[in-house]
Design a protein around this ligand. Structure first.
Ligand code: NAP
Length: 259
């Protein structure tokens, strides 16, 4: 019988900034399913925010990690595996960034540097962190999940270069899934509808986007972060043992609508 039970399995969660973060919603589901977790934070200011959160789930190791720092990526994954009994069964990658000015004007005006930064932080980091995880994945396999958005497939005004980054991220999911499949490592993405988080509020007109989704989606509502958490738990678990390279839309059905 298959059940969602992560007792004895452990993983690393990247991208908790605060209690509204999608990574936190995923972590809560994984914790309730019995997984052992560790977390990364980008800077000391965020560590102070994470400590009380992590206390709520009984504590977990915290590591400082800027995904742009290759040496730090390898060090943190080695330290995380050491803290978690020498194994990493799963990776939650919930990180994205683009310079604010790139999300304000026209895509036509995207700067070379803005394009590089957005793709490096939001897409290359999946490749780099997955590579750092692989040596610690047990023989029976593991699972990776990342967070994407519909702007990879369609034009969302103001999302600009972040749409390019999400397209690269989704391609990376498929490429990694193909290469890591023989090793028993599955790689998938959740394409989430808009949820009011720190990053999302940096997108121009985000409140209008929320209202637009409520009006146009089949379910006539916005999604909750918890629903992203539950879908991620599914993809990370043995319930999804035959699924890899998949982009699963968790958006109250918005993506199926033409008008
Ligand atoms: P969030 O709470 O602001 O999380 C974004 C995280 O990325 C933060 O923890 C941020 O840390 C981290 N990050 C950025 N640059 C980093 C770097 N160089 N090294 C390490 N960490 C870095 O927002 P969120 O909405 O939960 O975003 C999580 C993911 O979901 C993103 O990939 C986002 O694109 C995706 N997503 C969100 C929505 C939505 O509507 N919220 C919809 C679809 C997809 P700092 O705070 O230090 O920058």
């Amino acid at each position: 019988m298959i059940s969602v039970n992560f007792q004895g399995r452990s993983g690393i969660v990247l991208g908790v900034a605060n209690k509204r973060s999608l990574a936190w919603a995923i972590a809560q589901q994984m914790h309730q399913a019995g997984a052992s977790l560790c977390f990364t934070y980008q800077n000391e200011r965020l560590r102070a925010k994470m400590e009380p959160l992590v206390e709520d789930i009984g504590g977990a190791p915290l590591f400082q990690l800027d995904v742009n720092d290759d040496a730090q990526v390898d060090e943190v994954f080695a330290a995380a595996a050491a803290e978690l009994g020498g194994r990493l069964d799963f990776l939650v990658h919930s990180i994205a960034f683009a310079p604010r000015e790139e999300l304000e004007g026209d895509f036509l005006d995207t700067s070379r540097e803005g394009f590089r930064i957005a793709l490096e932080v939001s897409a290359y980091s999946l490749v780099r962190t997955t590579r750092a995880m692989v040596p610690y994945v047990p023989e029976q396999g593991g699972s990776v999940i990342t967070l994407t958005y519909l702007a990879s497939e369609r034009v969302v005004p103001k999302y600009n270069v972040m749409g390019s980054a999400k397209a690269a991220l989704e391609h990376s999911v498929r490429q990694l899934a193909a290469e890591l499949g023989p090793r028993g490592i599955r790689v998938n993405a959740v394409s989430a509808g808009p949820v009011s988080t720190l990053s999302a509020r940096g997108i121009g007109g985000f409140t209008d986007i929320l209202a637009h989704y409520r009006e146009k989606s089949p379910m006539k509502r916005n999604i909750e972060a918890e629903e992203v958490g539950k879908a991620s738990l599914f993809l990370l678990s043995d319930l999804a043992s035959g699924i890899t390279g998949e982009i699963l839309h968790v958006d109250a059905g918005y993506n199926i609508m033409a008008i």
